[in-house]
Design a protein around this ligand. Structure first.
Ligand code: NAD
Length: 260
């Protein structure tokens, strides 16, 4: 489905991004993965994608807080594979804290990684997509792009920003063969969710089980975590030609959360 295409997925050494990179590779795309982690584990994942799916896979260590590194990552991805057809802005971090105690550096990092990095990648990738007359930009939004929860001011602000950015760029490139959409998952069981449990326990004075049941899955009517494979399958659909008329959307995959 994606042979002769190349994809760049930010924040793809783990969780949702890794699942998206893998499903694109499984469908024939060459992929550039990006993110942090142990060098050995990342190399194992990169080489595994190549051998398992018979595509090329590159790794970029670009830090999504650094605009110059982001621009270089996009240029290198395009040069290495001859095009950059599918851009997935997925890197993200979380911090849970009441606003009056919210560390300023955490606010800045969340806005940079979860929001501004999508601007920097998109700005660098759109000229090539326009020249080729085809492109897919898929942003990992969140239910928190559409509704709020307390103690997540930076994350909710960044994800609402992603919603506005997605719609704006969709309009700008609507006649260029490029679609721009956001996938808005509810709670997906990944390291990002696992890591926020201790802070939520502290902020709300709850046990781990209470946080899972009464905070995380309380919002999700299905009472099930979304899986990374489910999110990746939607990202695959959006990357195909069949999704050419889907643009500027916030596609919820949240077990009914935002329907309430
Ligand atoms: P994760 O922690 O498993 O993955 C995050 C990825 O981003 C990792 O590869 C990490 O190395 C990378 N990353 C972090 N900081 C970076 C930086 N400065 N530069 C480059 N890479 C960086 O988390 P996840 O749950 O898979 O989250 C992926 C995306 O999905 C995020 O945008 C997150 O907000 C969003 N999301 C997650 C959930 C959920 O419940 N897990 C729900 C909705 C949206």
């Amino acid at each position: 489905m994606l042979s002769n295409k190349s994809a760049l997925v930010t924040g793809s050494t783990s969780g949702i991004g890794l699942a998206i990179a893998r499903i694109y590779a499984a469908n024939g795309a060459n992929v550039t993965i990006n993110g942090f982690g142990e060098a050995e584990a990342i190399e194992k994942e990169r080489a595994g994608i190549e051998s398992e799916f018979g595509v090329k896979c590159r790794y970029s260590s670009a830090d999504m807080t650094k605009p110059d590194e982001i621009a270089a990552m996009v240029a290198e991805a395009e040069a290495a594979f001859g095009s950059l057809d599918i851009l997935v802005n997925n890197a993200g971090i979380q911090h849970v804290s009441p606003v009056e105690e919210f560390p300023i550096e955490k606010w800045d990092a969340i806005i940079a990684i979860n929001l501004s990095s999508a601007f920097h990648t998109t700005r660098a990738a759109v000229p090539g997509m326009k020249a080729r007359g085809w492109g897919r930009i898929i942003n990992t939004g969140s239910a928190h792009a559409l509704v709020a929860s307390p103690f997540k001011s930076a994350y909710v602000a960044a994800k609402h920003g992603i919603a506005g950015f997605t719609k704006t760029i969709a309009l700008e490139v609507a006649q260029c063969g490029i679609t721009v959409n956001a996938i808005c998952p509810g709670y997906v069981w990944t390291p990002l969710v696992e890591r926020q449990i201790p802070d939520t326990m502290k902020a709300r004075g709850m046990t781990e089980e209470q946080v899972k049941r009464d905070v995380l899955l309380a919002a999700q009517p299905t009472k099930e975590f979304v899986t990374v494979e489910q999110v990746a399958s939607l990202a695959l659909y959006l990357a195909g030609d069949q999704a050419a008329s889907i643009t500027g959307t916030m596609l919820q995959m949240d077990g009914g959360w935002v329907a309430q």
